[in-house]
Design a protein around this ligand. Structure first.
Ligand code: DGL
Length: 272
């Protein structure tokens, strides 16, 4: 049995495209509907209740489009809302995991850095994961204030971004980190700049490939995978705000990953 319904993916903005890129690589037969809540971005400093309300509206919209599972491609929304979403909707939800475990396992200097939003650091998941896996390592954490906005403005390679990143990673380097965990799905767009700014011994850890593998497992376990959609598969993109940045970043992920997303369509959606 093949289930050809699409997979829903949402983020506070366009950052979740970094997760979509890995999902498409892992699940080439699937169709995807991506929702960027760019009108309400950033979520990082919003109260938990507001993030739950927005995530609930987006999920209702994606389910109305027949999505069979939903990927919360946003660490902040995962931290604030995933428990609530799982309680209130019948389909499976997969969220972002803070990649503290692989960082704590791989560090040789016994010092790791985590860059995320204020909301993510406050979440149960981050606190539990840190206690569980990072007891014996020094964790140098930093709120990436202003970085999400730069991605939303399409300034991923700007001097402004370089300056801000340097400000955030300098104290981490002073702590001798050799692992940098990206705890926000907007930040992988800064990987080229980070590569330039970080010494060679520092690994940048993006949890997206592991999340894509988890989505694949959930589909198989629930017999929800598309066996062969052929030319019928599609990639639809909705934004509650500026659709132009979404278009530019979609082209960028296609180029970076050397892939062509079939049957693309872009829509503005002002449900929020
Ligand atoms: N991409 C979101 C995340 O992973 C950004 C959060 C925000 O909008 O502040 O947390």
């Amino acid at each position: 049995m093949s289930d050809n319904r699409p997979i829903g993916v949402f983020d506070s903005g366009a950052g979740g495209l970094s997760v979509l890129q890995e999902l498409v690589k892992e699940l080439p037969n699937e169709s995807f509907i991506f929702f960027a809540d760019s009108a309400n971005c950033p979520y990082g400093s919003k109260p938990k209740d507001e993030i739950i309300a927005l995530s609930s509206l987006i999920s209702t919209f994606l389910i109305s489009k027949e999505c069979k599972v939903i990927v919360v491609a946003c660490n902040t929304a995962t931290a604030a809302a995933i428990d609530w979403l799982r309680e209130h909707f019948a389909i499976p939800f997969i969220g972002m995991e803070p990649a503290i475990k692989p960082a704590a396992i791989n560090t040789k200097t016994k010092s790791i850095g985590v860059l995320a939003t204020a909301g993510t650091f406050k979440g149960r998941l981050y606190i539990e994961t840190s206690h569980k896996y990072a007891k014996d390592v020094n964790v140098c954490y930093q709120v990436g204030e202003g970085l999400v906005e730069l991605v939303e403005q399409g300034k991923v390679n700007s001097a402004e971004a370089e300056e801000l990143l340097l400000k955030y990673i300098r104290p981490m380097l002073d702590c001798n980190i050799d692992q940098l965990v990206l705890g926000c799905t907007h930040y992988p767009f800064f990987k080229p700049l980070l590569k330039k700014l970080l010494p060679h011994n520092v690994d940048v850890i993006d949890p997206s490939p592991a999340v894509a593998k988890q989505v694949s497992k959930v589909l198989i376990d629930n017999q929800l995978n598309t066996l062969d959609a052929g030319d019928l598969k599609y990639h639809a993109f909705y934004s509650s705000g500026n659709i132009d940045v979404l278009k530019v970043l979609v082209t960028k992920i296609e180029k970076d990953a050397g892939m062509q997303l079939l049957n693309k369509s872009f829509f503005n959606n002002f449900i929020l």
